[in-house]
Design a protein around this ligand. Structure first.
Ligand code: AMP
Ligand code: MG
Length: 294
């Protein structure tokens, strides 16, 4: 395959970027039932091609990640925050392993958010999230996020309804302030089908080496599927903004999910176009000094 073919396959020369294809409009009602979780929009032709393309994208992501870090050493405050949300088994952890695993771990700040601790509950729901934000030059990855406080919190009535209602706007203000401070938010909803979730949960039970990922409460959550879909639809509608849009990533095919999230990251990092800083010392003079001291 020529370099040109490769670029084409990786999405460089595609008419519409993946961002445009997967982006939800925001502010408009979302009907998840109308989105096919097994679709592969814009993707490479199948599993083998998808894996190969993802590996190549990983190399380019790593190069851009290094430039983002290098730029931060000269005062560039920009950073990226990847937010992964989705039902159990939708592949949040798998995406971290397969996509973020291609990057330099030193530049990544990965946080998985579980049920809040007593200390976290004593603060505002954004408190633990603020502590986990990426520093300038870093790529932050959230496996679950502040959105749980309008998702599981809504479905399981963990806070009064009025409090939960007020959170959408708080989230928007919070994300606006992040964007103003140089954070590029890439919010991915990993859209899984009900049937595929059963297959994945069964696999977790059947394979001894996967059982650690299973919790009996996953079955209770699954029973609340319609309420979760409804809560997701609200969050995608009310917190889809121009400065922090949501991307709907069909997630029934793992190879597509990995390809799509890495492509979305690549498109955002390319747009940021971080540059290696100019040296603030005299390169020629330093060479001379080094050579003199051989
Ligand atoms: P897992 O991602 O499978 O490790 O599960 C994490 C669990 O923590 C899920 O059941 C989430 O619903 C739960 N969780 C995460 N954030 C919150 C939150 N803010 N409030 C209540 N439960 C949460
Ligand atoms: Mg789980």
């Amino acid at each position: 395959m020529t370099e040109k073919d490769r670029k084409k396959q990786d999405g460089d020369e595609r008419g519409a970027s993946l961002r445009e294809r997967l982006r939800l409009p925001g502010g408009e009602p979302v009907d998840l039932a109308r989105h096919d979780a097994a679709a592969t929009p814009g993707g490479p032709g199948g599993k083998a091609a998808g894996k190969a393309a993802t590996a190549r994208i990983g190399e380019r992501l790593a190069g851009l990640q290094e430039r983002l870090w290098a730029a931060s050493t000269a005062g560039d405050r920009r950073r990226v925050l990847l937010v992964l949300q989705g039902m159990d088994t939708s592949g949040k952890g798998g995406t971290v392993k397969h996509v973020i695993g291609l990057l330099n771990p030193a530049g990544c700040r990965i946080t998985a958010f579980g049920a809040p601790t007593a200390e976290e509950r004593a603060h505002s729901f954004l408190w633990r999230v603020e502590k986990a934000l990426p520093l300038p030059g870093e790529l932050g990855i959230f496996d679950r996020s502040h959105y749980e406080d309008v998702l599981v919190a809504r479905v399981r009535d963990l806070a009064p309804r009025a409090v939960i209602e007020s959170r959408y706007e708080r989230i928007n203000r919070f994300e606006r302030s992040l964007a103003d401070d140089g954070v590029t938010l890439v919010k991915c909803f990993l859209h899984l089908s009900y049937d595929e979730q059963r297959r994945r949960l069964l696999r977790r039970l059947d394979k001894p080496e996967k059982r650690w990922k299973f919790a009996p409460s996953d079955i209770d959550d699954r029973a609340l599927w319609p309420a979760y879909q409804d809560a997701y639809e609200r969050a995608l509608e009310r917190c889809g903004t121009s400065y922090a849009p949501w991307y709907l990533v069909p997630a029934d095919h793992k190879w597509y999910r990995n390809w799509a999230v890495s492509t979305l990251l690549l498109e955002h990092l390319r747009e940021l176009d971080p540059r290696y800083p100019e040296p603030d010392f005299d390169v020629a003079e330093c060479r001379k000094r080094l050579l003199r001291r051989s």
